[in-house]
Design a protein around this ligand. Sequence first.
Ligand code: NDP
Length: 453
Amino acid sequence: MVDYVNIFMARLQAKNPGETEFHQAVQEVVESLALVLDRHPEYRSAKILERMVEPERLIMFRVPWMDDQGEIQVNRGYRIEMNSAIGPYKGGLRFHPSVNLGILKFLAFEQVFKNSLTTLPIGGGKGGSDFDPKGKSNNEVMRFCQSFMTELFRHIGPDTDVPAGDIGVGGREIGYLFGQYKRLRNEFTGVLTGKGLNWGGSLIRPEATGYGCVYFCAEMLTTRNQTLEGKTCLVSGSGNVSQYTIEKILQLGGKVVTVSDSDGYIYDDEGIDVRKLEFIMDLKNVKRGRIKNYAEKYKNAVYVPVDRSKDYNPLWDHKADCAFPSATQNEINAKDAKNLLKNGVYVVGEGANMPTHFEGVRLFLDSKILYAPGKAANAGGVAVSGLEMAQNSMRMPWTKQEVDKRLSIIMKSIHATCVECAERFGTPGNYVNGANIGGFLKVADAMMDQGLV
Ligand code: NDP
């Protein structure tokens, strides 16, 4: 089986050169699935895995737009329709200058497994652009979104492909994208999720990824007869996922001492309380300011700017019980993972996608801490997106309590699937194997049923 994994990975790397994040995401999954393929040669002979790493469709397009100075700008747009075996493609759009094919393919690939875990009928996709909304006026963001959708609209639809937000794509961007889709198609449908509440959005969607991640970690803690009450938590990022992760940790009695953006992080030993969280939400969602402004307002907090000469991130080098990486991929390297373990962290809940580098994952698994990979821990966002689709189809909104209850049930079910699959395949307590195997089986069986397509 080691041979199979090596040969598989060598072929994948040769066929997809330079796509390092995609290689990393696939490698982790293939290692877990070796356990399954050993017992189920039928998946191997049907080349299920070989098919799953090849997108069903990949769309790349020019996005021209005009800035406020009248200059023409050109960005690149992408949509990766990865796998539709169990439902329409679904996954976010990321607007960030670092966006490239390899990053979006890793995200689309992981999305297939994550969506399968949610128990809902949704396939996997991902998309975005190298456009940077930071520092742009609302008008510039609108013109970009309209140009982006002017190409994308012909490829998506409520029963085909339903994008949502991700880094750089929040409520504002979804609004502009939806407006242009509706104008071009002349139809009001649930083609995007994360919509505004008064035009088809679901209550709890903005909160869902962060809340879901905390629910998942609380569920892991119950396996050790513990709760989040009184636990000290490190959180990275200060965007959508981080904000609602912090909110839920506070509701469950935990203490949060860090928050960050791409320029630096703050350490607040008194803890970020509800009032300070309101300040962060206003700073990031309305004023679109930088996290260093937090330390200007709350004098006890220390601001540490990013130092690229360091081979570790000092945010992860504080005494704590739990860590919630919620910014971006590969934000925890091997040294960071060692620092976390040294400082007593024994719960890691990945709000971000693939925030831990491969060697860091190994260290977490070897140390037998409660480590929840992003595929499972941050699936709450797409789960409530799935619930938004259901409400749109019924043309009937659910209450906040109803959606939150369903989210909590889904996160418990994902947890149970991870635990059960990890055990069944001989690696109890390994949530990475549990999530990869649990996500895989449903999609693989659907692909077997549907023939060679
Ligand atoms: P946001 O754009 O709302 O926030 C992202 C945060 O991470 C910002 O604070 C940003 O700082 C920081 N960040 C982004 N890129 C980098 C970088 N290269 N280095 C350091 N910091 C960075 O995005 P979300 O909160 O929506 O997404 C965060 C993570 O969660 C991503 O990995 C995303 O894929 C994942 N995720 C999101 C879901 C959702 O529902 N939104 C669902 C599941 C996963 P700055 O403002 O300076 O750029």
